[in-house]
Design a protein around this ligand. Structure first.
Ligand code: UT7
Length: 320
């Protein structure tokens, strides 16, 4: 059998402070009713002053290692997906590497915005498949609250902060394995979802700008397509999916994708109500919730999918 990888543990961390829609409505012209009806979001976690993406990623990594029963010395690679790194450089992954006390291997960041976790998982999976790594820590961590324009009600109500991680190891057999990952991007849509700053343009960090309706339209189409692509590549059908663990951007997008796939909402892990959109952290956060509360069981088939700025989108089909 060719080498493949599997998920052997997951973990997460959310900042303590919770901001409700009611609190947001004291900052911008919005209401709890509007946010819940249009997005399904009820609250989000917001990082504390002095709390950085590396802090969140580190705590999520420790939680995943504990769940996997693994030691820091076991890891030979960290792939960290983030759009909100501590600094332009060094990578947040190398900061986490130092915090963990990991003195070997390699650590680097992956930038694919809300698809970041799927991209990072694909990178980790492929390093294991080629035999270049054996145990890879894949992390998604974000502090989106720091790149929001808190006067733009069209975006600031949508996002939250958090982080989550999975530990990948070599698969032993077919009962627990990452079956496939599929990645896509189309840079023609750069200007529908972007940040209006950056090191080589303005020399500033910038704020999120989004054409929400356009993004929504593309998301529903691309996410259903990438799900079917994953199933076809593995000769599986929609009925085989035990759980859809989607990127948590908007409940209407989640429900729309589930409907297209003819999956009941009882087979969709939904955390957008509690976490809002945490970009690269949203899928592993949802996965961790559903693994730890016992919904996702060993051997079950999980379909993860995401879409984000770029546009980027992708899927991972995983036998847990
Ligand atoms: O993770 C990356 C991918 N991102 C996404 O997937 C986000 C995709 N887009 C969306 O989720 C939705 O497009 C939004 C939630 C962002 C917006 O929902 P919508 O149903 O597309 O609303 P809209 O932008 O068309 O706005 C409808 C109305 C507008 O007022 P008028 O022009 O009809 O008078 C907006 O000004 O709602 C208004 N509005 C708000 N009202 C209260 C926009 N934001 C708010 C707000 N509170 N926060």
């Amino acid at each position: 059998m060719s080498i493949r990888s599997r998920i052997v543990g997951c973990g997460s961390w959310l900042p303590e402070r919770v901001m409700t829609n009611a609190e947001l409505s004291t900052i911008v012209d919005t209401t709890d009713e509007w946010i819940v009806e249009r997005t399904g979001i009820r609250q989000r976690h917001i990082a504390a002053d002095g709390e950085y993406t590396s802090d969140i990623a580190y705590k999520a990594a420790l939680d995943a290692l504990k769940h996997a029963g693994a030691e820091v010395s076991d890891i030979d690679m960290i792939v960290l997906a983030t759009t909100t790194p501590d600094q332009t450089f060094p990578s947040t992954a190398t900061k986490v590497q130092a915090m963990l006390g990991m003195e070997k291997g390699a650590a680097f960041d992956v930038q694919a915005v809300c698809s970041g976790f799927i991209y990072a998982l694909a990178v980790g999976d492929n390093f294991i498949r080629t035999g270049q790594a054996e145990k890879v820590l894949v992390i998604g961590a974000e502090i989106f609250s720091r790149i929001l324009d808190w006067e733009d009600r069209g975006t600031c109500v949508l996002f939250g902060d958090g982080g989550a991680a999975v530990l990948l190891d070599r698969a032993i057999d077919d009962t627990s394995v990452i079956l496939s990952t599929h990645l896509h991007s189309d840079g023609r849509y750069n200007d529908l979802l972007y940040v209006d700053g950056g090191p080589s343009t303005t020399g500033t960090v910038g704020n999120i700008r989004m054409s929400g309706k356009e993004v929504f339209r593309h998301a529903v189409v691309n996410l259903a397509a990438v799900a079917d692509e994953a199933l076809a590549a593995n000769n599986l059908s929609r009925d085989d999916i035990d759980w859809l663990v989607p990127h948590q951007a908007n409940l209407r997008i989640l429900s729309g994708t589930a409907r297209k796939l003819k999956l009941g909402e009882d087979r969709v892990v939904i955390t957008v109500d509690r976490h809002a959109n945490t970009s690269a952290a949203s899928i592993p956060l949802a996965l961790d919730v559903a693994v730890k509360d016992g919904r996702i069981k060993p051997g079950q088939l999980i379909l993860m999918e995401a879409m984000g700025g770029g546009f980027t989108w992708g899927s991972a089909l995983v036998r847990m």
